[in-house]
Structures are given as structure tokens and as C-alpha cells.
Write a protein that binds this ligand. Structure first.
Ligand code: HEM
Length: 123
């Protein structure tokens, strides 16, 4: 007979399951909604994704780039500096994923919805 799970272990298991449901449901449904909307808006993109598996994968990446999810907050464990800004220990820091996915330093025509950028060497 298996040993009984102690109550704090049971609590950890329950909250880990809650984490997985919270992290895994809204992210997937929102991404699918954007995917359907953007594919519906672009019939040529949709037709190419139906015909080519590689292009369908590029479409998924472009949906996640164009409509990126929020990143998790971080807390600094010691004093730090980013881009010349002092960040004291204990600060909560959010990385701006939209800026990362749309910065002109990293992307050609960042506001254009172009799945084919993922099939080229320079995106
Ligand atoms: C399209 C679907 C999904 C998207 C867009 C997405 C997005 C994200 C993002 C942006 C983060 C935070 C990354 C960071 O700031 O470090 C994250 C973390 C996480 N996601 Fe997802 N996620 C998806 C699906 C799922 C699914 C299906 C599960 C579980 C069943 C899941 C479980 C987690 C967990 C546990 C973390 C925290 C990881 C850690 O401890 O660092 N995600 N996800």
C-alpha cells in the first residue's frame, strides 16, 4: 500500500496542477484565436500553410511574434544595471516581450505580418 501523502505535499501537488492549468489554458486558447483571425485575414497565407508544412510552422512562429504573450515577472536578487539604469536588489522586473518581438534593430518591417520571414536567413 502506498505511503499517505502528507498535507503540505498534497498542497504542493495541487498548486503545481493549478499552475499547469493556468499556464496552459489561456495561452493556448488566445494563441489559437489569433492564429485563426490572422489566417482568416490573409487567404494567401492560409492556402500556403495548408500546402506546405514548413510554412505552417512559420505561420505559428509569426503569430507568436506578432501577438506575443506576456513574460513572467522577475525579482532581482542583487543590485544590477541594465542599459545604464540602476536596478536595486528586490525590484520586480518585467521584460517587454512586445518590444523584443517588434524592435527595428532585430526585425525587418516588424509591423508587417510575414510568416516567410522565418524561412529566410534575415528575418
Ligand atoms: C501557445 C501556448 C503557450 C504560450 C504562448 C506560452 C507562453 C509562456 C510564456 C511567455 C512563459 C513565460 C516565459 C518567461 O517569462 O520566462 C511561459 C511559462 C510557462 N508555461 Fe507556457 N505557454 C504556452 C503553453 C503552455 C502549456 C500548454 C503549459 C503546461 C501544460 C505551459 C506551462 C508553462 C509553465 C509551467 C511556465 C513556467 C516555466 C518556468 O518555471 O519558468 N505553457 N509560457
Amino acid at each position: 500500500m502506498p505511503a499517505p501523502i502528507e498535507s503540505h505535499h498534497r498542497c504542493q501537488v495541487l498548486y503545481t496542477l493549478v499552475d499547469l492549468f493556468v499556464a496552459g489554458i489561456n495561452t493556448v486558447s488566445t494563441s489559437l484565436e489569433w492564429w485563426l483571425l490572422l489566417a482568416a485575414k490573409e487567404p494567401l497565407v492560409q492556402a500556403r500553410a495548408r500546402a506546405e508544412a514548413g510554412y505552417a510552422q512559420a505561420l505559428v512562429k509569426e503569430v507568436l511574434r506578432d501577438k506575443p504573450p506576456l513574460l513572467l515577472p522577475r525579482r532581482t536578487v542583487k543590485d544590477a544595471s541594465v542599459g545604464g539604469y540602476h536596478i536595486p536588489a528586490g525590484s520586480v522586473v518585467y521584460a517587454n516581450n512586445f518590444a523584443l518581438a517588434h524592435g527595428e534593430r532585430w526585425w525587418l518591417e516588424p509591423s508587417a505580418f510575414r510568416p516567410e520571414r522565418w524561412l529566410q536567413e534575415v528575418s
